[in-house]
Design a protein around this ligand. Structure first.
Ligand SMILES: NC(=O)c1ccc[n+]([C@@H]2O[C@H](COP(=O)([O-])OP(=O)(O)OC[C@H]3O[C@@H](n4cnc5c(N)ncnc54)[C@H](O)[C@@H]3O)[C@@H](O)[C@H]2O)c1
Length: 251
């Protein structure tokens, strides 16, 4: 029996990148997995089913409350609950690096709409199901950039700081309902997309050298923390942000 047998997990932004690895990792521990992404998650669903797991996918924009409501309803109907919500979807790797002066108000609002309001919409929609169960695990995805004060991505870093603030306030507000809320803050991680970007290659090498564990971070490095925060093993942990980056940041 897996550590997540009998659990249902929604992972947003799981059609590719780190989210795909979270989905496969949670499914490998027995969770029924529901993938939500702007892109089709059918390939990830097939891979999970081929490995003996259960999964479904839905095209969903996390910044659209109606689409999010459909996601929660269809997952609950198909799998009988929502125990774990991983708020992983974000405008992230594909953002163009810019100075503060170059950023437009429209870009700022869009990044906040997806990265912050998207997480809020998913939490709000999942709450009635989690309250019905008297149990829930919300896992938000922040970023090591918050602790480092990384430049040229002010809008992005600000959203990831907001995610830490939301994690703490949600933990305090929802603890009495049996709902835990924690965050993972990954370091710069070599996803397939990152590896395809020649301009980032040097940054990945530089980052590797700056770590206490001096090597590249890969998506698989993040899966264990996600499984732990989704499982009963972490049921007395809430409001916390775990930095998973080989010790580049210590807080
Ligand atoms: N890769 C890194 O170095 C790194 C570092 C720190 C934090 N993170 C965080 O980890 C998470 C995943 O990062 P990644 O590198 O895999 O990102 P990515 O850009 O490769 O993948 C993000 C996924 O989210 C989806 N998505 C984007 N907007 C969406 C929306 N409105 N609704 C639903 N889905 C949407 C995309 O289609 C994509 O599949 C993000 O929250 C990111 O901020 C990544």
């Amino acid at each position: 029996m897996g550590r997540l047998s009998g659990r249902v997990a929604i992972i947003t932004g799981a059609a590719s990148g780190i989210g795909e690895h979270y989905a496969k990792g949670l499914a490998a521990e027995g969770a029924k997995v529901s993938i939500a992404d702007l892109e089709s998650g059918d390939g990830v669903v097939r891979a999970i089913r081929d490995a003996g797991g259960e999964a479904m996918s839905q095209v969903c924009d996390v910044s659209d409350p109606k689409a999010v409501a459909r996601l929660i309803r269809s997952t609950d109907e198909a799998f009988g609950g929502v125990h774990v919500l991983v708020n992983n979807a974000a405008l992230a790797a594909r953002l163009v690096h810019k100075t503060v002066d170059e950023l437009s108000s429209e870009e700022w609002d869009r990044v906040f709409a997806v990265n912050v309001r998207g997480a809020f919409e998913c939490v709000k929609a999942a709450l009635p199901v989690m309250r019905r169960q008297g149990y829930g695990k919300i896992i938000n995805v922040s970023s090591g950039t918050v602790f480092k004060g990384v430049t040229h991505m002010l809008h992005y870093v600000a959203t990831k700081g907001a995610i830490i603030a939301m994690t703490r306030s949600l933990a305090n507000e929802l603890g009495k309902d049996g709902i835990r809320c924690n965050a993972i803050a990954p370091g710069l991680t070599s996803t397939d997309y990152m590896k395809s970007r020649n301009d980032i290659a040097e940054m990945l090498i530089g980052m590797a050298k700056s770590r206490a564990i001096p090597r590249e971070e890969v998506p698989g490095d993040l899966v264990g923390t996600c499984v732990f925060l989704a499982s009963a093993e972490s049921d007395f942990i809430t409001g916390q942000t775990i930095v998973v980056d080989g010790g580049a940041v210590m807080h």
